[in-house]
Design a protein around this ligand. Structure first.
Ligand SMILES: [Zn+2]
Length: 113
């Protein structure tokens, strides 16, 4: 599962930010995960306890904000949710698509108490 590796990188980044900003106690991390980012939100949730185990973030809460994977068909211009329509245009059936949103994977917020 590559989610664990990705989360370990997130943990390192958050620890770095916490050190830079002199945040002593982090409460919650908010991650933005796009449906087209290649990261599965439910796996991220499942992996989180393992990723933070024995780190300074062990007691933090993880919140995920899932960004819908919206694409535009290059053939007919229809905009639709790529996941709901299985990466095919519901209007013309083309699979030639431009991603408009949903590729995000970023740390959106770090809450310190
Ligand atoms: Zn189309």
């Amino acid at each position: 599962m590559h989610e664990l590796g990705i989360l370990s990188a997130v943990v390192k980044t958050v620890e770095q930010i916490a050190a830079d900003e002199q945040l002593t106690q982090i409460d919650k991390i908010v991650l933005q995960v796009g449906e087209l980012s290649g990261v599965v939100p439910s796996y991220v949730k499942d992996c989180y306890p393992a990723a933070v185990y024995k780190t300074s973030l062990a007691d933090t809460e993880l919140e995920l904000e899932v960004v819908p994977g919206i694409v535009r068909c290059k053939e007919c211009g229809t905009e639709f949710n790529a996941v709901q329509h299985d990466l095919k245009c519901p209007n013309c059936g083309s699979a030639d698509l431009d991603a408009l949103s949903g590729r995000e994977f970023m740390i959106k917020e770090i809450h310190a108490c």
